[in-house]
Design a protein around this ligand. Structure first.
Ligand SMILES: Cc1ncc(COP(=O)(O)O)c(C=O)c1O
Length: 425
């Protein structure tokens, strides 16, 4: 690693926050390998992207076939793979999401979704939720409050963005219902004191807050947003960049809730590692966006679209496996929690499993040192696990949907053993 690190330090901008010092040479399935043949099970999935495991052979073959035919179009001409993907997206996205645009990253797709909401409603305001992560471009960072560091030195940020509470029941020491009431009360006060609802173009919300700490929205909270959106003509925008494409053991988190977004934003796992993102809405809405109102040179790249279409085909039969893995993961982590006082809470949805680490269960004191210990221990035991949350004390356990039960069990056993060692120090 030494030489690579020196070369990075010499030429690569230093702000990228690498979770590990692992120097990967190649990857296959859940495994990443260094040049010496050491391996680690990547239970971070390249930050919730390689949901089918790395280098899935069918996805790679689809991308290679497209690469051999056409690698780039840049909106100068049309090609099959974008339409093939859009047709598949229409089948798997929630009812009412009918037409799709494409971009390169999650942040770009968030921006496009918000631009669409503004264009359609002719309103400026956006309501975002405290603890959310929507990306790092100047627009997205205005909606991102998972950690104040993402905004440091970038003020003034976009105006007409109103940030209000998202229910964090565990951190607030409340039930889901109490936390929902508190968050909805804050929203009501926003509308009373800061901005009238008819100025708001969009509620922008992650159905499960990701980077902010793996908090699934209580169903009543999301339903209240849906109702308020209907009442006031506000677009409900679901940022499913992290929750989409099987991560919650359904195509989208919206499927668990049975709540319809007006605009759906997708990224990360969509092409299992090729840079692609997308946003969808009803034909009625998106057809009002005239030519030139938004655009991109690289978004919807032919190779990335071909990969994404294959991801959908490959993932469909894997969703039941994801549900089995999810059930097992929550059962096993409940058992681990029963034996380790460092675990304050286990929560999440599907294969988004958040394990919150605390030094004092009564006070729920965040224990970032435990997270750092578990990550380091994992690296010594062939496992990559990463953290999340503003205090850096939540394990975000993100297995690939292709993991076997044995691989899942082994990963949880490593975390269990790490906790035993941490607590015995
Ligand atoms: C929910 C959510 N939205 C948006 C983004 C931004 O995506 P990207 O880093 O591809 O811009 C992320 C990335 O972690 C995310 O988790």
């Amino acid at each position: 690693m030494g030489d690579l690190l020196r070369r990075y330090e010499g030429t690569v901008a230093p702000m990228l926050a690498f979770d590990t010092d692992v120097h990967v040479d190649h990857a296959e399935g859940p495994w990443v390998y260094d040049a010496a043949g050491n391996r680690w099970a990547d239970f971070a999935c390249g930050t919730a992207v390689a949901n089918l495991g790395h280098n899935h052979p069918e996805v790679i073959a689809a991308a290679q076939a497209q690469l051999g035919r056409l690698a780039h179009a840049g909106c100068v001409f049309r090609y099959d793979s974008m339409v093939d993907l859009a047709e598949r997206l229409r089948k798997i996205t929630p009812d009412g999401i009918e037409k799709f645009g494409f971009a390169n990253s999650g942040a770009e797709a968030v921006e496009a979704g918000v631009k669409l909401a503004r264009y359609f409603t002719k309103r400026q305001g956006v309501i975002a939720f405290r603890g959310a992560f929507h990306g790092r471009t100047m627009g997205s960072v205005a909606y991102t409050t998972s950690n104040a560091k993402y905004r440091e030195n970038y003020h003034p940020i976009l105006s007409s963005v109103f940030v209000t509470g998202f229910p964090h029941p565990y951190r607030w020491g409340m039930s889901d219902d109490e936390a929902t009431d508190l968050a909805l009360d804050e929203l009501a006060r926003k509308f009373k004191h800061e901005v009238l609802p008819h100025n708001i173009a969009a509620f922008l919300v992650e159905p499960v807050q990701g980077e902010g700490g793996y908090y699934p929205a209580p169903p009543r909270f999301l339903q209240a947003l849906r109702d308020l959106a209907d009442e006031h003509g506000i677009m409900l925008v679901f940022d499913e960049v992290q929750t989409g494409f099987g991560r919650t053991a359904n195509w989208f988190a919206a499927d668990h809730y049975g709540i319809r977004p007006d605009i759906l934003v997708m990224g990360k796992g969509i092409a299992n590692g090729l840079p692609l993102s997308s946003y969808g809405a009803s034909a009625e809405m998106i057809n009002q966006w005239p030519v030139g109102a938004h655009g991109t040179t690289f978004g919807g790249n032919p190779v990335a679209c071909a990969a994404a279409a294959k991801v959908i085909d490959v993932m469909e039969p894997l969703l039941p496996n994801a549900r089995d893995l999810s059930k097992r993961a929550f059962e096993r982590f409940a058992d681990v929690q029963a034996r380790h006082t460092t675990i304050g809470d286990v929560r999440g949805l599907g294969l988004m499993v958040g394990v919150e680490l605390v030094s004092d269960r009564e006070l729920r004191t965040p224990d970032a040192a435990a997270m750092a210990f578990i990550s380091a221990y994992g690296l010594e035991h062939e496992l990559i696990v990463i953290g999340c949350g503003p205090d850096g004390n939540i394990i975000r356990f993100i297995p690939p949907l292709t993991a076997t039960m044995d691989e899942l069990d082994t990963a949880i056993e490593v975390v269990d053993a790490a906790l035993t060692e941490y607590e015995s120090r």
